[in-house]
Design a protein around this ligand. Structure first.
Ligand code: AMP
Length: 281
């Protein structure tokens, strides 16, 4: 299983990614975590990325694409992965597509966690206040001011990815403001085999005759029946009209509209049936 979790910083992608890896035996690939590890290790990439990350901006595409290209080729990613924080630009999404195609792989889905930015800011303010009160260390970019910049970067560069994947028919959205467990349930539901899959499994067990019968939906059969009925009805009315015409020619009678009413001597309307009965007598 290969998935992307989309959503602004603080939407809960990391938490949901953790649950997904535990459930599906896949790995979490978080470019944010990898970059922070690079910064901590003091590597060349880390040194390049540090000030950009501290400012809440995006690290250049080629840097993160190179990290991901290397990571998805590693053995533990063979069973699948959930991408958290990548791609963040359309260029990264295109690069990912190419990376996967080169390996004969594809994505199984893109899940967007939709959140309210105002509430998100409140959440992070509360979290920062709690952590500060407990004397816990804070991430440099984990403060309301930098978060505002990260949200702005998300809106400008990452939010268009929702449309990008929606156009490909791959995007599924869940309410990221719901309680964490409810979000997990919603994601599970998306990933569970759908009704369509169950139906096709049933179809695979059908006998050839049943399959043939199932191929023609009832509606079509009914329509076909109706068409045959209408055809024979029109044939029989054509036959009736022809014989009525022949009779008229014989008797020299003028044709009478079937729904029309003839008048009797006193000017009263006489039903067609009565008229025929009278004539027969
Ligand atoms: P995150 O933990 O995913 O919010 O990422 C923390 C920071 O790392 C971001 O604010 C960016 O500076 C940088 N970063 C992480 N992932 C990417 C990415 N895919 N493209 C560019 N910058 C990234």
């Amino acid at each position: 299983m290969r998935l992307i979790l989309l959503g602004p910083p603080g939407a809960g992608k990391g938490t949901q990614a953790q649950r997904l890896i535990a459930k599906h035996g896949i790995v979490q690939l978080s470019t944010g975590d990898m970059l922070r590890a690079a910064v901590a290790a003091g590597s060349e990439i880390g040194q390049r990325a540090k000030s950009i990350m501290d400012a809440g901006q995006l690290v250049p595409d080629e840097v993160v694409v190179a990290i991901i290209a290397d990571r998805i080729g590693q053995p533990d990613a063979k069973r699948g992965f959930v991408l958290d924080g990548f791609p963040r630009t359309v260029a990264q999404a295109e690069a990912l597509e190419q990376l996967l195609a080169e390996r004969g792989l594809s994505l199984d889905g893109v899940i967007e966690l939709k959140v309210d930015e105002g509430i998100l800011l409140k959440r992070i303010e509360n979290r920062v206040a709690e952590m500060t009160a407990r004397g816990e260390p804070l991430r440099k970019d984990d403060n309301p001011e930098v978060l505002k910049d990260r949200l702005a970067a998300y809106r400008a560069q990452t939010a268009p990815l929702a449309d990008y994947y929606a156009h490909k028919g791959m995007l599924k959205t869940v309410d990221g403001m719901a309680p964490v467990d409810a979000v997990t349930v919603a994601i599970d539901r998306i990933l569970r085999p759908t009704g369509a899959a169950t139906t096709s499994a049933k179809a695979a067990n059908r006998t050839p005759a049943a399959k043939k019968a199932a191929k023609k939906p009832n509606k079509t059969k009914k329509t076909a029946k109706k068409a045959t009925k209408a055809k024979s009805a029109s044939k029989s009315s054509a036959r009736k009209a022809a014989s009525a015409g022949a009779k008229r020619r014989k008797s020299g009678r003028k044709p009478v509209a079937k729904t029309g009413r003839a008048k009797n001597k006193s000017g009263q309307a006489k039903s067609l049936t009565r008229r025929r009965l009278t004539k027969a007598r």
